[in-house]
Design a binder for this molecule. Structure first.
Ligand SMILES: C[S@@+](CC[C@H](N)C(=O)[O-])C[C@H]1O[C@@H](n2cnc3c(N)ncnc32)[C@H](O)[C@@H]1O
Length: 451
């Protein structure tokens, strides 16, 4: 066993640039472990990171999140006693080192040396830190076959899922949970939505060919394109001109399911950052009135940015869908999209920090909030109108059970079935599963209000 108080290596070595990048990654990982999302952290911290290090730092942070349960189990085996919470940055650095050794194409000697170098700035208050990092990483190198064998025997570590989520996925998806877990350990593809109001998908493929970018259509999604290899989105042909947007194929289904017609009044009641709102407007340009609301004022800015890039118009305002009030709540709507806040268990491939940030005890609160929003928004739908209930969850409580509960109480709600090739039919509504047809996991149910 490596002792938590193992002796450090000699001082005085200057940390090379990658060591610095590893130190930054460890600080971000530690903040993530304390509850901050990677998207928030990248938005606020990346400007302080040298441009050439950014992709490397991001790759490590995403990778550590993806493998977090496995890395925790390994640390349990490698350390005599756990690293104290107040020394969490050292723990994060060890995880950063282990992740490189296990998953990255960094030469192992460089991964160890530079991760140890990144521990040197921690020496002033923790003289033992470089020695501990060095000892743990070298022991992993020596004993990795046996250590990884033990990991294989531990389902949480093997599938890299927290125990609560592993249990829920096994219960909800007894025939699919293993492939879902595997997808959650993989990198997501870069999927695009072609702006159909400007050009056809075929015309956009021609532009990709000219730019030597290979891609495929997303099956069952009219505007969906998935790239064979992710790239910098701003370098994509037509991106800055609004010809394409980044959006998962499963998310694109929302607008396609709404049966949108010219002249309709449409409400997107949980709209930020506005991906689905924008597709709604691209689907029926110029002749549809969209109101996009979100409870989170800061996230409204993202909707406005997206609308601006695409040259689209909507009424965007702050509002609480669980307690409608103000002008937006006085209109009657032909279509309502209710993309409710949820566990996000269907999009872990894109947001692997959910493995750490989401807790089992969050689910009941989310189910309650979703029910409140559904109950409060339904009166805003015109008779004959349609509401699309959507989540990016894989859990029945948030999906078909939520909608069934609502239909049992609401006499004027009836299901409009979704008859498609994609996804899995549920007792009510339909579910895409992560990785199938390149998509993330989304749930959709269409509810019509009887006249
Ligand atoms: C799944 S996200 C929506 C994603 C969005 N539809 C898109 O496609 O870009 C859920 C959104 O619901 C918002 N939200 C949470 N509680 C809300 C409430 N009570 N009223 C309105 N919006 C709420 C969150 O701020 C979050 O932006």
């Amino acid at each position: 066993m490596v002792s938590c108080l193992a002796k450090g290596r000699s001082q005085g070595e200057k940390a090379p640039s990658r060591g610095n990048a590893r130190g930054i990654a460890a600080r971000l990982v530690w903040q993530m472990a304390q509850g901050r999302s990677l998207s928030d952290l990248f938005a606020s911290e990346m400007q302080n990171v040298r441009e050439r290090d950014r992709a490397f730092v991001k790759e490590i942070c995403f990778g550590v999140a993806r493998r977090w349960p496995t890395l925790e189990a390994l640390l349990g085996q490698l350390l005599e006693r756990p690293i104290k919470t107040k020394d969490g940055e050292v723990k994060a650095l060890v995880m950063v080192g282990l992740y490189q050794l296990m998953q990255m194409r960094v030469p192992p000697h460089a991964a160890v040396k530079e991760t140890v170098d990144a521990a040197r700035p921690l020496k002033r208050r923790r003289p033992w830190a470089p020695g501990l990092v060095n000892g743990v990483l070298r022991r992993f190198q020596r004993e990795q076959d046996e250590l990884l064998q033990d990991i294989d025997d531990n389902p949480v570590a093997r599938h890299a899922l927290p125990a609560w989520l592993l249990g829920r996925l096994q219960k909800n998806w007894p025939d699919h949970w293993q492939s879902i877990a595997e997808v959650f350990r993989s990198h997501p593809p870069l999927s695009l939505r072609v702006n159909r109001s400007r050009l056809t998908r075929e015309a956009y493929f021609d532009k990709l060919v000219q730019a030597s970018i290979t891609a495929r259509p997303i099956p069952g999604v009219e505007t969906g394109v998935v790239l064979d290899r992710p790239c910098d989105v701003e370098s994509l042909p037509g991106f800055l001109q609004g010809e394409v947007s980044v959006q998962d194929g499963g998310a694109q289904l929302a607008a396609e399911l709404l049966d949108l017609q010219p002249g309709q009044q449409v409400l997107d009641a949980c709209a930020a950052p506005g991906g689905k709102s924008c597709y709604i407007l691209e689907m029926v340009p110029d002749s549809l009135q969209l109101t996009a609301i979100d409870v989170d004022e800061t996230r409204l800015e993202r909707i406005n940015e997206n609308l601006e890039r695409l040259g689209l118009q909507a009424t965007v305002c702050q509002g609480d869908a669980a307690h409608p009030e103000g002008a937006w709540s006085e209109a009657g709507y032909d279509r309502i999209l209710l993309d409710v806040p949820c566990s996000a268990t269907g999009v872990i491939r894109r947001h692997p920090d959910i493995k750490l940030l989401r807790r089992d005890e969050d689910i009941d609160g989310l189910v309650k909030l979703q029910g409140e929003i559904l109950d409060a928004i339904w009166p805003l739908l015109k008779p004959g109108g349609m509401l699309l209930y959507a989540t990016c969850s894989l859990l029945a409580e948030e999906n078909e059970q939520q909608v069934s509960r609502f239909m049992d109480l609401q006499q004027d709600a009836r299901e409009r079935p979704i008859m498609t090739e994609w996804g899995h039919p549920r007792t009510v509504g339909r579910q895409t599963l992560p990785g199938e047809g390149t998509m993330d996991g989304f749930y959709y149910a269409r509810l019509e209000k009887t006249e």
